[in-house]
Write a protein that binds this ligand. Structure first.
Ligand SMILES: CC(C)(COP(=O)(O)OP(=O)(O)OC[C@H]1O[C@@H](n2cnc3c(N)ncnc32)[C@H](O)[C@@H]1OP(=O)(O)O)[C@@H](O)C(=O)NCCC(=O)NCCS
Length: 240
């Protein structure tokens, strides 16, 4: 399965490239992460379109990318904060609501998923937020940050996957892996050499997903959900 491609010396992450319609490319050079997106009316009349064309050529006419579910990945902007806050709270409640006390869920959501709080997350210079969209609707996101890491992480240049959430309808369809690969590319572009995350011990699907993606258990820490101190498994992998 192809989630990204190298062409013209750059990494492009994208879900759908066509002659007419939405073209989304996420080029990452050695030193910087840039985003370009545009509505193109033909593959020849827009500067972005030539990149779209080269991505299509790089993938080839029979690429599995053509038959995959159509989604795009792009960095979040300030204008996305309110919609991101709604998606983040909805997916958090869908994942953990049934297994936790309502008051602990409410307290966590109040602190973490206001539009203002998400605007701060989007704006932080020691982090990044990438969004997954289908037909202009938000369907998933990944939030990254760097600067500090627990002692179990044996690197001074480590980045954290703070949050990775996909709408339930998109589980098992490649969106989470595409978000993850785009996130890892951002961390590499910031010259980090390791990535880590904390995942609730009672979240078997996420733990299986991360294992499949090369993460191993390296320790544990406490995640405070409202008044409930929970055991998170720390997982990490190298950024080769
Ligand atoms: C975690 C998440 C991002 C993974 O994305 P995904 O598209 O569901 O992942 P995949 O389907 O590619 O991989 C999940 C794997 O777990 C397996 N799995 C599913 N349910 C499982 C369970 N109860 N126990 C163990 N493994 C399970 C799947 O079979 C799959 O493995 P396979 O591809 O070898 O069959 C997504 O499920 C999600 O957004 N969950 C809700 C939010 C969340 O938990 N985020 C992580 C917080 S740290």
């Amino acid at each position: 399965m192809i989630d990204f491609a190298w062409t013209g010396g750059r990494l492009y992450v994208g879900g759908h490239v066509d002659k007419v319609g939405f073209a989304m490319l996420y080029p990452i050079s050695n030193s910087s992460a840039l985003c370009a997106s545009a509505r193109v009316s033909s593959s020849h009349d827009h500067p972005i379109a030539s990149r779209a064309e080269s991505l299509r050529c790089a993938l080839g006419p029979h690429s599995p990318l053509r038959d995959r579910p159509k989604f795009v990945i792009r960095p979040a902007t300030h204008e996305d904060a309110a919609a991101l806050a709604l998606l983040a709270e909805r997916t958090f409640r869908a994942t953990f609501g049934a297994a936790n006390r309502a008051e602990d869920m409410d307290a966590h959501c109040r602190n973490s998923y206001s539009a203002a709080r998400q605007a701060d997350e989007i704006a932080r210079i020691d982090g990044a937020t990438l969004l997954g969209l289908a037909n202009d609707a938000l369907i998933g996101f990944i939030q990254l940050r760097w600067g500090t890491a627990p002692s179990a992480i044996a690197s001074l240049a480590a980045g954290e996957i703070q949050r990775l959430y996909a709408d339930a309808a998109w589980h098992g369809r490649g969106l989470a892996n595409a978000l993850l690969q785009a996130g890892l590319a951002v961390l590499r572009a910031h010259h980090l050499d390791q990535v880590w995350l904390g995942v609730w011990e009672h979240n078997p699907r996420a733990r299986a997903f991360y294992r499949k993606c090369g993460f191993v258990d390296v320790g544990e820490h406490i995640f405070q959900l409202g008044d409930d101190p929970q055991r998170d498994v720390l997982m990490a992998r190298r950024l080769d």
